[in-house]
Design a protein around this ligand. Sequence first.
Ligand code: NAD
Length: 431
Amino acid sequence: MEKIAIIGTGYVGLVTGTCFAELGNKVICVDSDIEKINSLISGEIPIYEPGLSALVKKNIKRKRLFFSSEIKKAVRFASIIFIAVGTPSDKKGAADLSAVESVSTEIARYMKSYKLVVEKSTVPVETGRWVEDTLHTFKKKKVKFDIASNPEFLREGCAIKDFMQPNRIVIGVQTKKAENILRKLYKPFKAPIVVTDIKSAEIIKHASNSFLSMKISFINTISKICDLCGADIKQVAEGMGLDKRIGKEFLNAGIGYGGFCFPKDLAAFIHIAESLGYSAEMLKVIAKVNQDQKKIFIDKIKSTLWNLNNKTIGILGIAFKPNTDDIRMAPSLDIIKILQKEGVKIKAYDPKATDKAKKVLNGVEFCKDPYEVANGSDCLAIVTEWDEFKKMNLKKIKRLLKQPIIIDGRNIFEPDVMVKLGFRYVCMGRR
Ligand code: NAD
């Protein structure tokens, strides 16, 4: 059993802390957002993540999981401290590391005995050195410490499974002691452990996310070619994906990726390369293709509805992907805003993200289900591939729409089935 502190109790911090507690460790999760901490203490989970609520409650009850807004308390309690604060993009696309810096300064201030300080947040290469310098500069006692990089690869929507059954665990360290502590902590996990230097671990995270983004932008490029020549992207992706060197995952054509990882991590990686004197053209193209996908989707809407002014479009899905309430950098936000500028009235529904969407979107009529969205709309636009949409009563949807048009940005239906049902069905890279 280890004593662990997690600083930053968001999507990653809360899942990490809860899963370590579930494995028998004693964990204190800290956040500067006092409201968030108070709701967690009272057993309320501030995010939607399948299975998380029950696991948090169970571990609070078993007195293995605690919450606090005081870093001091956590630093004094724990021997392993994970930094899991946000690292959003700044105006230039670089990672804003101010939260990492301020947390490092505070950890330094309260260290009284040996600590292993671990970067869990996604950070640019060489952040480890900055954290180390900061700890040295601000520590008040003559205490020893180690730093490590342990990037997180979980996906929102299946975060607990991803955390508990990872493909691999990456540990970037500078000392055998740090390696041994993390090896012991991760012993219950049945996954290969890749031990590297800290810089390589930092790069592994950015390189992995950029590679996955590339697969999505690649298949979207092929999808455009399929649109132009009349081939079917689903068949093409299947034929490609069965090649083990390529793999089937991340070959779903659509309106592109969003969320708090791929767009910001790719932008940060481009920036990192630039700051090292290298213009990473390949990474830039991935981002451009992704941005263009939204335009392609809107063009499909335009070329189906003709004039957009005063039309009503029903948006299905606001979260950046299914099974999460996260709307950070979701394609839906840009799409809705662009359509509104064209004079479109927006009705929208998302199974879990509506509350968050209400805080950032103006002039949208939020609905209680897909049928209310369809009622009186000129078309439905599918933006997130929630299972609920795949199971909709399409005959009812058809009756409710002003005209039976579905523009599907996620290819969730079969075109010939939709045509048989009497829809005008427009999707991505197939007819
Ligand atoms: P998040 O915004 O959900 O959580 C970050 C938390 O840190 C927030 O609750 C915030 O209040 C807290 N915080 C900010 N400054 C703080 C401070 N000074 N002291 C204490 N708490 C502070 O973000 P997230 O999605 O959990 O991402 C965290 C990091 O993990 C990012 O670097 C991200 O790129 C990375 N990551 C995210 C995912 C994902 O799927 N969300 C996956 C892998 C890695």
